[in-house]
Design a binder for this molecule. Structure first.
Ligand SMILES: O=c1ccn([C@@H]2O[C@H](COP(=O)(O)OP(=O)(O)O[C@H]3O[C@H](CO)[C@@H](O)[C@H](O)[C@H]3O)[C@@H](O)[C@H]2O)c(=O)[nH]1
Ligand SMILES: [Mn+2]
Length: 739
């Protein structure tokens, strides 16, 4: 260990070439945009035959697009990347303790074996075991999960020493055993000892899986009492009295099951509520200064993440204002033909790097190492720490307040026994009544995008920073979507959650104290504003120029007009800019098509319903909800995903807008081509023909789904018919009203 030297624990690289390219592009593109908007604006002072209403709508769409574009430039202002040197960390006895929080909520959608793999992989992190405490929050209160944990504990006693002895990198047994041998480049594969032990451990894993499977089949998955059960907190311990095994257990991290109390009469605030209970319960058990947050599907794919995170948290220059280290979300099941962009390429390869160069990335729910106290910044802000005020803020438990004030250094065994009674109260659904939990303490409740919202309002706006750590080997691997329905359902939840923020008084465009920089605020504004901008602009651009085309009305400059080149430039520049980013982040030309398509589909469906949902909540017509993402594979759907074939088995509410818009665009394209050929309007309508042409080419799989495919993943004929009728009605009504 290299403690004595002054070698840094981490480095930050500023990519000057990228910055130069990004800023140059921003300047050139914004000049072109200004010309475009000038052309539109001056149009209203001219005397033309074009009807005013469609031009006005298209202008509004262009304005919103430009505004959104402007916000995204902040992400491109100063992207950075980082390297860590965990080997330079101090000795193990100087490392701070870590509590791992894993959340699960529904054993039917989140299979127990997979959740336990996450638990086991977290227990096997490369960190002193006495400084690692793993908590699983089970919102379903299901027996299968509690029993699964007991089995996981027993299996982990074999698994952890095996991983450590042979330096296995992939610490999720499921991933390890299902990978082809040569894929497991890590670990020592030479000796017969290894081969024998691997065999034994694999057998144990099969037994573990079998047992959990039994519980799942015959046990109670808690579906009847999911919203109505009392709190259960259990420290998972040795069940057998076997001496040798007990010795092994010494090297095991503490493992704790937490199922908070839930009652129909009390709002439980979804995942944020679950984490806040974990914050309290762990506060009186282990009270570690740092917390690793994981979703139940996020396996530790590399044991070194904890030490890498400590490279930042233990840097004396960075640490006082550092709240958390975020690792990217990466996924183990991404197809080469990632048609739904399940990898979120742009977020994790572009946007988060950009934020990292400003004040730091937003939390993304999983794969982050956060400083516990930063979540209580507002409650603890006065130095004198008035006890009464603190009670009002975080509730009456003296044990918890003591732990928060840092006066309580838990001796694990004692703490377990002394405080288990206290935890019942801390996990009860009435504990938060009259306190500031969810408002200033812990994760915030105002939006179900609790991660994004908490980072903005509680952390970055209070002057905390964060960093983004993206080493070449993925440190965590989750499960990406494999079908359109899951993608659109999650998209709708996200849009709704962020639009909640956009239409609240905390909209980052207007809210934001001086601690947050202007550029950081622009980035934050983009998330809540973009669904509204995209939804409006895309719906307009997918209907109005088309309607006008059918009626022979020109909305864009003719080819001979010099502004024609401005419009062409803006279009080409934005499209090629996106292509450039896709290619330079290691994706293919084909992936660029996927992203263009899924972006359009998302905008006209998820963003639409999400925004509607947000407004309905605002007016009190609907309650907040959190539709948990499905994590069970359907073989058929999986096959299609890997073949790059769309699976249209989703709600008609999603399908009808998609299909209607495509039908409308095909029809207008035909009409446009006919006009060009028979009426010689090529010059006049060039751009307007190009728009539906582009939309149709990019969205070809929808046409295929309607007309060509016969499999169960196609668009049902009834939906096609309904959509055709919808587009005809739109065309007729639109022509009468607008033209
Ligand atoms: O009432 C709830 C609802 C969800 N969860 C857990 O929260 C996690 C995330 O839920 P999931 O359904 O997988 O949602 P995703 O859309 O995949 O989650 C993304 O978006 C969420 C909201 O922004 C973040 O919290 C997540 O970390 C992020 O991965 C899962 O482990 C769930 O078990 C709970 O514990 N209680
Ligand atoms: Mn998820």
């Amino acid at each position: 260990m290299d403690q004595t030297s002054n070698a840094p624990l981490h480095l930050c690289h500023v990519n000057r070439l990228t910055i130069f390219i990004n800023r140059t592009y921003a300047v050139i593109h914004s000049i072109a945009l200004s010309f475009l908007l000038y052309y539109r604006a001056s149009f209203f002072f001219q005397d033309t035959k074009t009807p005013i209403f469609p031009s006005l709508i298209v202008f509004a769409a262009e304005l919103l697009f430009s505004f959104e574009w402007l916000l995204t430039q902040a992400y491109r202002w100063r992207p950075v990347s980082r390297t860590t040197f965990p080997e330079r960390l101090p000795e193990d006895d100087k490392l701070p303790a870590i509590d791992v929080f894993i959340c699960t909520a529904d054993p039917d959608l989140e299979p127990t074996v997979a959740v336990m793999n996450t638990v086991i992989s977290a227990m096997a992190l490369d960190y002193p075991p006495e400084k690692l405490h793993v908590y699983l929050s089970d919102d379903a209160g299901a027996d299968v999960t509690l029993n699964g944990m007991r089995e996981a504990w027993t299996f982990a006693k074999r698994w952890i020493p095996f991983c450590k002895r042979y330096k296995i990198k992939c610490r999720s047994p499921k991933a390890y055993f299902s990978a082809a041998k040569d894929e497991n480049e890590d670990g020592d594969f030479g000796g017969t000892d290894f081969i024998q032990e691997r065999q034994i451990v694999q057998e144990k894993y099969e037994v573990f899986k079998g047992r959990v499977g039994e519980y799942a089949r015959h046990g109670d998955t808690g579906s009847s009492k999911r919203g109505d059960h009392s709190a259960v907190i259990e420290v998972i311990q040795e069940s057998s009295s076997n001496h040798i095994e007990e010795n092994e257990a010494k090297d095991m991290p503490l493992l704790i099951y937490v199922s908070r109390e839930k009652r129909p009469s009390h709002s439980h605030h979804f995942k944020a509520g679950a984490i806040n209970v974990l914050l309290r319960v762990s506060g009186v058990i282990s009270n570690s200064p740092f917390i690793l947050g994981l979703d139940c599907d996020t396996n530790c794919n590399d044991p070194s993440s904890a030490r890498r995170a400590m490279c930042f948290h233990l840097d004396p220059k960075l640490s006082p204002s550092l709240s958390f280290v975020q690792f990217p979300q990466k996924f183990h099941n991404i197809s080469k033909k990632d048609i739904y962009d399940s990898q979120y390429r742009s977020i994790f390869k572009v946007l988060w790097q950009g934020l990292d160069g400003l004040q730091g990335p937003a939390m993304c729910g999983t794969g982050y190492y956060i400083k516990r106290l930063s979540l209580f910044g507002k409650s603890l802000k006065d130095d004198h720490k008035d006890l009464m005020e603190l009670r009002q803020s975080v509730g009456p438990s003296n044990e918890f307040i003591t732990s928060l004030l840092g006066n309580y250094n838990p001796n694990m065994k004692m703490a377990q026994l002394a405080h288990i009674a206290e935890t019942q109260q801390l996990a009860s659904c009435t504990y938060e009544d009259g306190t500031k939990w969810g408002e200033e303490a812990g994760f915030l409740y105002a939006s179900v995008a609790e991660d994004f919202w908490t980072t903005f309002a509680s952390l970055h706006c209070q002057g905390w920073n964060s960093v983004y750590c993206n080493p070449p080997r993925p440190q965590f691997l989750g499960r990406g979507f494999t079908n359109l329905n899951d993608f659109l359902v999650q998209g709708t939840r996200w849009s709704s959650a962020v639009v909640d923020i956009a239409i609240s008084k905390y909209c980052p465009l207007i809210y934001g104290p001086s601690q947050i920089s202007f550029l950081q605020r622009m980035c934050y504004a983009w998330f809540p504003i973009s669904p509204i901008c995209q939804l409006f602009s895309l719906w307009c651009l997918a209907t109005i120029p088309q309607l006008c085309l059918v009626n022979g009305i020109s909305l864009y400059p003719e080819v001979s007009n010099s502004y024609f080149w401005i419009f062409s430039f803006v279009l080409l520049s934005s499209v090629s800019r996106h292509l450039y980013e896709v290619l330079t982040t290691g994706a293919s030309l084909q992936h660029w098509v996927y992203e263009q398509r899924i972006w359009m589909m998302n905008a006209v469906t998820s963003h639409l319903y999400g925004t509607l949902d947000a407004f309905m909540k605002k007016f009190g017509w609907r309650e907040a909800s959190f539709s948990i993402s499905n994590k069970v594979d359907d073989i058929e759907q999986l096959k299609r995903y890997h073949a790059g074939v769309f699976d249209f088995q989703t709600s008609v509410l999603f399908l009808v807008p998609l299909a209607s818009l495509v039908i409308l665009n095909v029809a207008s394209l035909c009409a446009g081509i006919a006009r060009m050929i028979f009426l010689g309007e090529l010059e006049k309508l060039f751009i307007q023909v190009f728009i539906p042409f582009y939309a149709v080419v990019i969205n070809y799989p929808i046409i295929e789904g309607m007309l060509i495919r016969k499999d169960s993943g196609r668009i049902p004929p009834s939906v096609t018919l309904l959509s055709a009728i919808a587009s005809i009605i739109f065309c007729v009504l639109g022509s009468i009203i607008f033209m």
